[in-house]
Design a protein around this ligand. Structure first.
Ligand SMILES: Cc1cc2nc3c(=O)[nH]c(=O)nc-3n(C[C@H](O)[C@H](O)[C@H](O)COP(=O)(O)O)c2cc1C
Length: 376
């Protein structure tokens, strides 16, 4: 029996043709320049992985005060947009589909990493933890400035503008980063959202920032080009689970369903020691949201196939396996062994650990083995 039949099956939706149901999860590799410019080695990196059914490019800042970490890329200038165009061209030339994850990191960051601009948040509540800054030091995450009501609306607009810029740069769509404790998640969570304006208080109000982004982006670039990543119950970046978390996410799922965006992408962080997303929640989401569901977090080809067969997801995103296996799709197709990724070079190392992982074919040629790959 072919154990990856569904993973390898194509999928057509919203005018997109995904040649398989294997997505490359968004992964910061922090190879941009100090002023958030994407670089040519990123073109090579994504091009090497173009056989994915869908590439979701690493989190990319929508505004200079939302870069967060050193060497994260942005998409808020014409110069950045130009390099992104070269990257999308590279992937398209190989028949791939490529979305970009748009982020505003909010309180998770440091002025030293974003042109001296202060960090901002839904409220002035700092996250526990440290952040790396230029010079090799790690410092505590700062207390963010509270965004005014007009300031919050400006950050909504920054996401919309970035989505338009991304489409102009040739992306097939965008994924809003609503997960992992960054700015939209800081608005959702009552611990970091202590506001009394229209963006604070009730579930509807706490969801307003994210929903305004989703509506604005869907109107600007089309709902079929709009996706969203969420990480319910994950606790990441000092946002522990809270009593209204389920109700908040149920509300979001229903509103997003009405909006008709292309997909919701759930990030399960249990591989990093956080609580898993409960199975009952996945079933609940399937009932409330009728577009595509992407799941990510610790999948192997076998568990990914099982999840698809179970009917709780349409696409599975792989993270670390795509770092070290540029030909991950071929390896899954032919049931070839997967190379392990080296965490030392996840966020540093230049070309090393970025564009020098060989394909299985190259390994074989280097070993002088015959070309006898057969679909399993
Ligand atoms: C090096 C690295 C960078 C990551 N950067 C991002 C990111 O930019 N945005 C995001 O939503 N998730 C990010 N993640 C999480 C991945 O998208 C994925 O959810 C996670 O690695 C679990 O999937 P895996 O077990 O297949 O690796 C990152 C993970 C890794 C390992």
């Amino acid at each position: 029996m072919n154990t990856t039949a569904k993973l390898l099956a194509p999928l057509t939706k919203g005018g997109h043709h995904f040649r398989n149901r294997i997505a490359m999860a968004p992964m910061s590799r922090r190879r941009a320049t100090g002023d958030a410019m994407p670089t040519d080695n990123m073109r090579i990196y994504y091009g090497q992985r173009a056989s994915a059914g869908l590439i979701i490019v690493e989190n990319t800042a929508v505004a200079p005060n939302g870069v967060g970490y050193q060497h994260n890329p942005g998409i808020f200038s014409a110069a950045q947009q130009k390099v992104w165009k070269q990257i999308t061209d590279e992937v398209h030339q190989q028949g791939g589909t490529i979305f970009i994850q748009l982020v505003h990191t909010g309180r998770i960051g440091h002025p030293a990493n974003q042109q001296g601009l202060p960090t901002v948040g839904a409220s002035n509540v700092a996250a526990a933890g440290m952040v790396g800054i230029p010079g090799g030091n790690h410092v505590p995450l700062p207390v963010p400035d509270t965004l005014t009501t007009a300031g919050a609306a400006a950050m909504v607009q920054a996401h919309v503008d970035a989505a338009i810029a991304a489409m102009e740069a040739g992306f097939d769509g965008v994924e809003i980063h609503g997960a992992h404790g960054f700015l939209p998640a800081q608005f959702l969570h009552p611990a970091t959202n202590q506001r009394t304006d229209k963006y604070g208080g009730s579930i509807v109000n706490r969801s307003r920032f994210l929903m305004e982004i989703m509506e604005g982006v869907a109107i600007a670039i089309g709902k079929e080009h709009t996706g969203l990543r969420l990480s319910p119950f994950s606790g990441l970046n000092d946002l522990p689970t809270y009593p209204e978390e389920l109700a908040t996410h149920q509300y979001l799922a229903e509103e997003l369903d009405k909006l008709g965006i292309l997909y919701i992408h759930l990030s399960d962080q249990s591989v990093n020691g956080q609580p898993p997303i409960p199975h009952a929640y996945l079933e609940d989401l399937r009932q409330r949201f009728h577009q595509l569901i992407i799941l990510a977090g610790g999948y192997t080809p076998a568990t990914a196939e099982a999840r698809l067969q179970e009917g709780l997801a349409d696409i599975i995103a792989f993270g670390r396996p795509f770092i070290s296996n540029p030909d991950l799709v071929e390896r899954i197709r032919y049931q070839l062994p997967l190379a392990p990724a080296d965490p030392e070079t996840f966020y540093q190392g230049g070309d090393r650990g970025l564009i020098d992982y060989p394909t299985y074919q190259i390994i074989k040629e280097n070993c002088g083995l015959a070309d006898d790959l057969q679909p399993a």
